[in-house]
Ligand binder design. Sequence first.
Ligand code: PMP
Length: 401
Amino acid sequence: VSRFEGIAMAPPDPILGVSEAFKADTNDMKLNLGVGAYRTEELQPYVLNVVKKVEKLMLERGEYKEYLPIEGLAAFNKVTAELLFGADNGVIKQGRVATVQGLSGTGSLRVAAAFIERYFPTAKVLISSPTWGNHKNIFNDARVPWSEYRYYDPKTVGLDFDGMISDIKAAPDGSFILLHGCAHNPTGIDPTPEQWEKIADVIQEKNHIPFFDVAYQGFASGSLDEDASSVRLFAARGLELLVAQSYSKNLGLYAERIGAINVVCSSSDAAARVKSQLKRIARPMYSNPPVHGARIVANVVGDPALFNEWKEEMEIMAGRIKNVRQKLFDSLSAKDKSGKDWSFILKQIGMFSFTGLNKAQSENMSNKWHVYMTKDGRISLAGLSLAKCDYLADGIIDSFY
Ligand code: PMP
């Protein structure tokens, strides 16, 4: 008898499990709108041209594969903070940002969670309801207590701004408030610039610490600066804050696991101490991060011509998603005779759309229409083509009514 007899089968991951169900389906019309990965109009995975170019360069240079320092590649850490805050931002000039390369967004969030658990043992993290499913796992595994703040209003398929503000106000002073920098996952609903100011007011009043998850910089609007404006607004107020970054989407480096954790401190001295402790957390966890993705980012951002090429490709990706969003709205509006207003789809931003379909309706989408999506009603528009919008609209309308 196995010594592991008492170990129960873990449930499949609610997001990655969708891809497994998709693979098992043999129908020609099947669509995978579960996981958030960019596809071309032909629904093929995409490697950016600028990435291919830089990888060729790296091969020609015959770069070593020796260990990076615990904090990662220095050239990467420099450009990643500059990309986020802007190179001429005071927080950079004054050396107030502690940046450590992480294992993409997830690994960076996990290191930050361990840091919170170690140095703020009585603090709790507030996360939006709903949020990216893995946030809860990350804080649970790091033993950081969390609770939710209201975010989504099903009546308007929009932001429950008043609920959000009053929940942030009601949280114990000095809580960490997890915010999606842009393109909120799963809803696609972001606060307006005026709303961001009010959120910053309350966070400041309550002495909370903002904790940004930035997984889509440049990928949401097509502009790196625009997508970082929420983070920069908070930094400009002189607040201390945390930011986890990911290059999975904007550079298509999903499997390279490249990202960073940045902690903005009120002094360079505090930043140096925080950085030393982040390294201390990383060392026994994974020792040091992978080099390949870090070199790609450093080379792309460090060369003006390549940097421009990246921005152009990012605009193309963001543009394709916007076109699909528009086409899906058009298809739904044309086909739905009930008079339902679908314009909420156009107000959402980023690769996801929150359809408002409930669990049973989402199951109808996969069982009857071979459209695979998460059970919260989220679809990834990045996995949809213009050619399939009409088919998808038929499925959504059938499932709704
Ligand atoms: N945060 C959010 C909100 C995300 O949507 C994602 C990717 N789905 C991540 C973090 C992390 O992704 P990765 O670990 O690939 O960077």
